[in-house]
Design a protein around this ligand. Structure first.
Ligand code: TYM
Length: 343
């Protein structure tokens, strides 16, 4: 019997940061390490998604390789036959299913996507790409081609995940059981526990999300940052003038973000972190402990990155892309038959 699939992807539009690491990478890698007897694990690079907003295309190949090596350095086991690593554009079924799904997707539902609204805000229509507009359709194809039930993502992708469920149900209602519908988002959150649905905030502006495409990078701790750089960013994180540590996202978003990060990096519950810091009158010790723990994480990640065996990675990649083409091709053929493209 086929094992249930857990799948996620991280775009190659810049270096990955600790928000990506805790929000998406760590949950799937934990699963790959500990529960691959029960699940098939797919971790891929959505390379076609990487230029839905403008990038430097001469850097794309390097960026794709960097993501792949980051997956391995973060702990993805390459010697496990239930774990697959691949590049989206090497499996044409992703593009082909997207074109089919496009015709069952409403302009209205795509226009309502928060990420589309945010990323297109203030831009002239001519500068907003159709790629950005139908981004969630390609993402749905990524998920549905493999029948993925669990998709660990940060909070910003929840709406896209809901759309993947909607379009799967829509086509199933119309054509019979074509797709496995991903589990409801709430169920996914309880499956992955505290790592799920995260929204790590920018350190210098804790009202916004930590983001790869942030222009200054001042409030973003990248996985490639040196210990000094990361420490500087954390020690100068924006807090508030209240002067007492509380977990209060509305009134103390900066401190609350630091507390959340400390819980994640030290693998403690928020309650345990709060029992040490709540009520303290100085933010310094919290920032210092967080800087130390993040520096340790980056240090061991970067050492592992240096050790990644490129040749082994390329061999695994090619084998997995072949196997994934077979798996994705079966789903695509089922859909092509259902819509009348194949007999
Ligand atoms: P991307 O590349 O923007 O981000 C990769 C993952 O990191 C999560 N993330 C965060 N989590 C917590 N705090 C943050 N500040 C933070 N910033 C980013 C994102 O939610 C994401 O999980 N559409 C996806 C890529 C994708 C995909 C897929 C994911 C394409 N196809 C199919 C899952 C399944 C994206 O843009 O992620």
């Amino acid at each position: 019997m086929n094992k249930p699939v857990i799948l996620t992807g991280l775009r190659a539009n810049n270096d990955l940061h600790i928000g990506n690491y805790f929000g998406a990478l760590l949950p799937i890698i934990d699963l790959a390490k500990n529960r691959s007897a029960e699940f098939q694990v797919n971790l891929f690079v959505p390379d076609l998604h990487s230029f839905t907003t403008p990038i430097d295309h001469t850097a794309l190949q390097a960026s794709i390789m960097n993501n792949l090596k980051t997956y391995v350095a973060a702990g993805l086991p390459l010697d496990n036959p239930s774990v697959y690593i691949y590049r989206q554009s090497y499996i044409p079924a992703h593009s082909e299913l997207t074109v089919i799904l496009d015709s069952f997707t409403g302009m209205g539902e795509m226009s309502r996507m928060t990420q589309f609204k945010d990323k297109s805000a203030g831009l002239n229509d001519e500068r907003i790409s159709v790629g950005l507009f139908n981004y969630p359709v390609l993402m749905a194809a990524d998920i549905l081609l493999y029948g993925a039930q669990y998709v660990p993502v940060g909070e910003d992708q929840t709406q896209h995940l809901e759309f993947a469920r909607d379009i799967a149900e829509r086509l199933n209602n119309r054509f019979g059981e074509l797709f496995i519908v991903p589990k409801p988002v709430k169920q996914q959150h309880s499956f992955f526990g505290k790592d799920q649905g995260l929204r790590i905030k920018d350190l210098s502006d804790p009202l916004k999300k930590m983001s790869k495409s942030d222009e200054t990078g001042k409030g973003v701790v990248f996985m490639s940052d040196s210990s000094d750089t990361a420490t500087k960013k954390i020690m100068s994180a924006t807090t508030d003038s209240i002067g007492v540590i509380n977990y209060d996202k509305d009134n103390q978003p900066g401190v609350s973000n630091l507390l959340e990060l400390l819980a994640l990096v030290s693998n403690e519950s928020l309650e345990d972190v709060l029992s040490r810091y709540k009520g303290q009158a100085s933010y310094g010790p919290l920032k210092t402990e967080l800087s130390q723990k993040i520096s340790e994480l980056l240090g061991s990640f970067q050492a592992a990155y240096q050790e990644v065996d490129d040749e082994l990675l390329m061999r695994k990649l090619q084998a997995d892309e072949h196997e994934m083409s077979v798996q994705a091709g079966q789903t695509l053929l089922r859909v092509q038959k259902a819509v009348g493209l194949r007999s």
